[in-house]
Ligand binder design. Structure first.
Ligand code: AGP
Length: 605
C-alpha cells in the first residue's frame, strides 16, 4: 500500500465504507442476506443483492437500513447458486437507489460489489463514455463492470477480463464480480479487506469473517493484488504477476454464537456484559507475541503508539501505563495527526498501532509513514487477518471476539489489558502483570451484575434529558475520561467532554452551572486526593457529582462502586460509563448498535 492509495475525502464525490459478500453454492442468496446482516456494522445506508440463476442476473437494491430494504425488495424471494451482496455507507454524495450496489455494465450481464475508492475513476469513465458506454450512477464502482464488459467485447474470457480490469484500477478496492452466463464468482483486493471462506460445498468471499461464520471457520485471507477465481473449485492468483498463489487455510477461533446477539436486545449490551470473559482471553493468550513486541519496544529508539477515537484514548492511556509500570517514555499521536508529526522517525523507531478493526485508514497511514522511514511496526488488533496485523513486524491479538456494535467496549478493555501486559513484559515482570490482570478479569465478571445495571439504569433516567455531561480523571484515569466522553457522545447523543481534573481551573470550570452532571473517575492511587478535590471545586459551583470509585466520598451525590484493582482502575472505571451510555441511548430510543453518522470500520481518511 502506498500513500497515494489513501484518498483525500474532499476530492471525491462519493466515499464508501462498505461490507461486501459473495456466495457460491446452495441457498446462496439467503446466505448473502445473512452475511449482510453480520456486516451491517460496516455500513447501513443502502443494501443490495444480485443473483445468478439459469443464465439470468437479477438485482434488487434500495436505500435504507438492511431490514427495511430486505422487506421492501423481498430478498427472501431470490433463488440461485451464485449471489453477491453489499451494504453501503456513504459519507459524501447521494444515498440513492441507483448509487446502491451491485452495479452493472451496459448489457446488465455483469454485476459488481465494491468496497474502497477507485482514484482514477473519472479518467477511466471518460474513456469508457468515449467508447460508447453509458453510465447510470455517480459512483466510482460503476466503471468496473464497464471495463470488464469492454475486455470481454475484445474477446477476453471472464477471468482475464477481471484480471486486466484490476490492473487498470488505482486506489483501494475489494470487489466481487459475477456474470450471468458464468458459473464463477471472482473476487480481488488491493488495500481493502477480502477473505475467502471454505464451507461444505460452498465458497464465500467477504469483507470480514463474521459474514460467513455460521457456515465455516476455514478461511484464507487474500493479500493485496490477489484475486480468487471460484467455481466448483477455487484458485488464487496475483493479478499483477499472473502467478498462482498457494495459501494455507486458517481456522478461525471465533464462533458463530459470538457474532450473534443471542438473548440480548443489542450487540452493545452483549459486548459490555461479556467483558469478564473477553478480557480473560486477552490476558491468557500465548505469551510469545507479548514478549516479542515487548522486546521490540526495548530495542527501539523512540516508540510511538497511534490509534483513532477510542483506540486513540487507549493509546494515550498506554503512555501512562508504560510510565507507571515500566518507567518508560512512550509517545502517542492520534492516527490522523501522525503524518504532520512524524518527521523525527528513524529506522530505529517503532510504531504500535492500536485498532479493533485493523483497517482504520488514518492509523494505517501512520503505519505507512513509519514503514517509509524504515522503522518497525507492531499492532494490537482484534480482527485476525486485518491489514494492520498483516503489515506488522509483530502483533498481538486482542481476542475480544467479534465486536459488532459501532461503539467499542470489549475491544477497548482488551486493548488496555494488552498494554498493561506489554509494559510489565518490557519491565521483565510479566508474571506479576498477569496476576494483577487475572484479578481484574475476576473483578469485572463479579461487578457486571444486576445491582450495577439497575443502579446505572436509574442514573441514566436521571441524566437522559441533560444537554451536557462532563467527566474528569487524573493520571491513568485522564484518558479514560476522554474515552467516557466518546461513549456518551456516540451512544446517548449527549454533549460529553472529558478533562484532566487539574485542567478545570484553566477554563472548563466556567461551564459548570446548577445541576451540571459531572462524572469523577477515581483510582485508588496518588491521584485520588486531587481528583476528589477537583470534584469539590465542581460541587461548589453547583455541579452534580457522580463518583466512580472503589470507595465512597462525601462529595459524591451518586456513588457507583467499582472493585479496587490497583493500577488497573482504567479497565474497571470505563465499564459503568459504557452501561450509562447504553441505558441513556435506550431511554432516548437511539439506534444503539448503529450510532448516528458513524460506521464501525472507518476505512477512509
Ligand atoms: C469507538 O467507540 C468508536 N466508534 C471509534 O472511535 C473507533 O474506536 C475508531 O474509529 C477506531 O477504530 P479501530 O479501533 O477499528 O481502529
Amino acid at each position: 500500500m502506498n500513500k497515494t492509495q489513501f484518498l483525500d475525502a474532499r476530492n471525491i464525490g462519493a466515499i464508501y465504507m462498505c461490507g461486501i459478500i459473495g456466495v457460491i453454492g446452495q441457498d446462496a442468496p439467503s446466505l448473502v442476506v445473512h452475511g449482510l446482516k453480520m456486516l451491517e456494522y460496516r455500513g447501513y445506508d443502502s443494501s443490495g443483492v444480485a443473483v445468478i440463476s439459469e443464465g439470468t442476473l437479477e438485482i434488487r437494491k434500495n436505500t435504507g437500513k438492511l431490514e427495511e430494504v430486505e422487506k421492501k425488495e423481498k430478498f427472501s424471494e431470490l433463488n440461485g447458486n451464485i449471489s453477491i451482496g453489499h451494504n453501503r455507507w456513504c459519507t459524501h454524495g447521494a444515498v440513492t437507489k441507483e448509487n446502491s450496489h451491485p452495479h452493472t455494465d451496459c448489457t446488465e450481464s455483469i454485476a459488481v460489489v465494491h468496497n474502497g475508492i477507485i482514484e482514477n475513476y473519472l479518467e477511466l469513465k471518460e474513456k469508457l463514455i468515449a467508447n460508447g458506454h453509458s453510465f447510470k450512477t455517480q459512483t466510482d464502482t460503476e466503471i468496473v463492470p464497464h471495463l470488464i464488459e469492454e475486455k470481454i467485447n475484445a474477446g477476453k474470457n471472464f477471468e482475464t477480463a477481471v484480471k486486466e480490469t484490476c490492473n487498470k484500477l488505482e486506489g483501494r478496492f475489494a470487489i466481487v464480480v459475477v456474470k450471468k452466463d458464468e458459473k464463477q464468482m471472482i473476487g480481488a483486493r488491493r488495500g481493502s479487506p477480502l477473505v475467502m471462506g471454505i464451507g461444505d460445498g460452498k465458497y464465500f468471499l467477504a469483507s470480514d469473517v463474521p459474514a460467513f461464520l455460521s457456515s465455516t471457520r476455514k478461511v484464507i485471507f487474500l493479500e493485496d493484488n490477489e484475486m480468487a477465481v471460484i467455481g466448483s473449485e477455487a484458485k488464487i492468483l496475483n493479478f499483477k504477476t499472473n502467478v498462482a498463489v498457494q495459501r494455507q487455510v486458517q481456522e478461525i477461533s471465533w464462533t458463530a454464537e459470538e457474532a450473534e446477539k443471542g438473548e440480548y436486545p443489542h450487540y452493545l449490551i452483549k459486548e459490555i456484559m461479556e467483558q469478564g470473559v473477553s478480557l480473560h482471553r486477552a490476558v491468557n493468550q500465548d505469551e510469545t507475541r507479548i514478549k516479542e513486541v515487548a522486546q521490540m519496544i526495548n530495542a527501539a529508539f523512540g516508540t510511538y503508539i497511534v490509534g483513532c477515537g477510542t483506540a486513540g484514548k487507549v493509546g494515550l492511556a498506554g503512555t501512562y501505563i508504560f510510565s507507571k509500570v515500566a518507567k518508560k517514555h512512550i509517545n502517542f499521536a492520534i492516527g490522523s495527526e501522525f503524518p504532520q508529526y512524524h518527521d523525527f522517525l528513524t529506522p530505529k523507531s517503532l510504531t504500535i498501532a492500536i485498532s479493533q478493526s485493523g483497517e482504520t485508514a488514518d492509523t494505517l497511514e501512520a503505519m505507512e509513514a513509519t514503514k517509509e522511514t524504515g522503522g518497525k511496526l507492531a499492532s494490537i488488533v482484534n480482527v485476525m487477518g486485518s491489514t494492520m496485523q498483516r503489515m506488522s513486524d509483530g502483533y498481538i491479538m486482542v481476542n475480544a471476539g467479534p465486536e459488532k456494535a459501532v461503539a467499542s467496549t470489549k475491544a477497548t478493555t482488551g486493548q488496555l489489558a494488552i498494554l498493561y501486559l506489554l509494559a510489565f513484559a518490557s519491565a521483565g515482570k510479566l508474571p506479576e502483570g498477569k496476576q494483577l490482570l487475572d484479578k481484574t478479569c475476576g473483578a469485572i465478571s463479579g461487578m457486571l451484575n444486576k445491582e450495577l445495571t439497575e443502579k446505572v439504569k436509574t442514573l441514566a433516567n436521571k441524566l437522559k434529558s441533560h444537554e451536557n455531561i462532563y467527566i474528569i480523571g487524573r493520571g491513568l484515569n485522564y484518558p479514560i475520561a476522554l474515552e467516557a466522553a466518546i461513549k456518551l457522545q456516540e451512544v446517548s447523543y449527549i454533549h460529553a467532554e472529558g478533562f484532566a481534573g487539574g485542567e478545570l481551573k484553566h477554563g472548563p470550570l466556567a461551564l459548570i452551572t446548577k445541576d451540571t452532571p459531572c462524572i469523577v473517575l477515581v483510582g485508588n492511587d496518588e491521584t485520588r486526593k486531587d481528583v476528589l478535590s477537583n470534584a469539590r471545586e465542581i460541587k461548589a459551583r453547583g455541579g452534580y457529582i457522580i463518583g466512580i470509585s472503589p470507595e465512597n466520598s462525601e462529595v459524591f451525590d451518586e456513588w457507583i462502586q467499582v472493585p479496587d484493582v490497583g493500577i488497573c482502575s482504567p479497565i474497571v472505571n470505563i465499564i459503568p460509563i459504557q452501561l450509562l451510555a447504553y441505558f441513556i441511548g435506550v431511554e432516548k430510543g437511539n439506534d444503539i448498535d448503529r450510532c448516528r453518522n458513524l460506521a464501525k470500520a472507518v476505512t477512509v481518511k
